[in-house]
Design a protein. Structure first.
Ligand SMILES: Nc1ncnc2c1ncn2[C@@H]1O[C@H](COP(=O)(O)OP(=O)(O)OP(=O)(O)O)[C@@H](O)[C@H]1O
Length: 343
């Protein structure tokens, strides 16, 4: 992001300490472009939800600042920040109609019934749910519930919508449908979305900007393409999947599983640069491709051995020269396919 472009959210040295020891969020710096879809991603315990709660005002910062459109909101109450939160599986009140769910926060603010219902109706119309305003959540499909939850979050007119694992409780089929819908709403509304997920696939599908966190710090910020193709660290390469971390004389490099070529042992060029000998320990048929699992030669393979290296071969490449478990092969990669991994 251009350093001078307006940021919807800017986080400066943000830190959260719950107890002694390493902070849950450790002095992070981040700028999230206005009108973008940002995914905070990382393994369990990395600090992504804490970061979101700090931005929402559901946690107080131990140190650092949070700016929303250049306004310092670090110490403001949640309701005065200009953010709204959408929770896991939408968290609608089961006993309230769609309309009352959407109007709820205005009721809490003491807004009169006619006014809050008119505003809620307006928003339900906007998300194509006006005709179902009287239904209870259990009478709505997952997609319809998501739209009600979105309307409920939008009623406070937030500048930034915060989404905490909104899709994680849904079955896989619905999750894919719902994420496409979230993406469409974000573009249509032109709002900034910050979405926490532990799913690499979800973040890749949704994000303009991915923020990969680990142990309370940011490992990498970039577009899905940048993060996937140029992982900045060994952690990111391993966490994103689809990569091998290979020791070379120049240090560790990351190489995508589909960027490794396999040569049968009788075609191997001994000690050539950008090559490695390996023993095939698994062959998995996956439909459009075949996944080979490999170990360093000489490793004794047991049922619990996990592959050190994975290679994805297209079905046709594998059909032209099938490989078998126990075969020793040479792996080869183009120098430009290998990315140095500093740590
Ligand atoms: N209220 C709390 N009190 C004490 N420690 C906490 C609290 N909330 C979170 N933590 C700790 O802070 C760290 C970061 O937690 P956080 O919930 O932000 O991680 P996360 O990446 O969102 O994980 P998950 O995907 O499991 O929700 C963890 O070590 C967690 O145990």
């Amino acid at each position: 992001m251009n350093a001078t472009a307006p940021a919807a959210i800017e986080v400066i040295g943000l830190t959260k300490r719950y107890a002694q020891g390493k902070p849950a969020v450790d002095s992070i710096h981040l700028r999230i472009a206005s009108g973008s879809y940002c995914c905070l991603l990382g393994p369990s315990g990395c600090g992504k939800s804490t970061t979101l709660r700090l931005i929402a005002g559901h946690e107080s910062a131990s140190d650092g600042d949070i700016l929303l459109e250049n306004r310092n909101i670090t110490d403001l109450p949640a309701a005065e920040r200009g953010t709204a939160m959408m929770f896991q599986s939408f968290a609608l009140f089961p006993h309230l109609s769609a309309l009352d769910n959407v109007a709820f926060s205005l009721k809490m603010k003491g807004v009169g019934k006619a006014e809050r219902h008119a505003k809620a109706k307006d928003l339900l119309e906007r998300v194509a749910m006006g005709h179902l305003a009287d239904r209870k959540p259990t009478e709505l499909s997952g997609g319809q519930q998501q739209r009600v939850a979105l309307a409920r979050a939008l009623i406070t007119q937030p500048r930034v919508l915060l989404l905490d694992e909104p899709l994680s409780a849904l079955d896989p089929f619905l999750r894919i449908q719902m994420r496409a819908e979230l993406r469409r709403w974000q573009k249509e509304l032109g709002l900034t979305f910050i979405h926490v997920t532990h799913s690499q696939e979800e973040a890749m599908a949704l994000a303009d900007t991915m923020v990969v966190m680990n142990h309370g710090v940011i490992e990498q910020v970039g577009s899905p393409h940048e993060v996937y193709n140029r992982p900045a660290s060994e952690f990111v390469a391993r966490f994103m999947g689809g990569h091998n971390v290979i020791e070379t004389p120049e240090g560790k490099v990351g190489v995508r599983t589909d960027h490794l070529q396999v040569l049968p042992a009788d075609q191997a060029v001994p000690d050539a640069p950008h090559t490695k000998m390996a023993l095939i320990t698994d062959v998995e048929y996956q439909g459009t491709y075949v996944l080979l699992g490999l170990q360093n030669p000489g490793t004794s393979v047991t049922a619990s051995t996990t592959a050190e290296i994975s290679v994805m071969l297209s079905e046709s490449t594998f059909a032209a020269r099938p490989y078998a478990v126990g075969e020793t092969v040479q792996l080869r990669w183009a120098p430009e396919a290998a990315h140095p991994l500093p740590h």
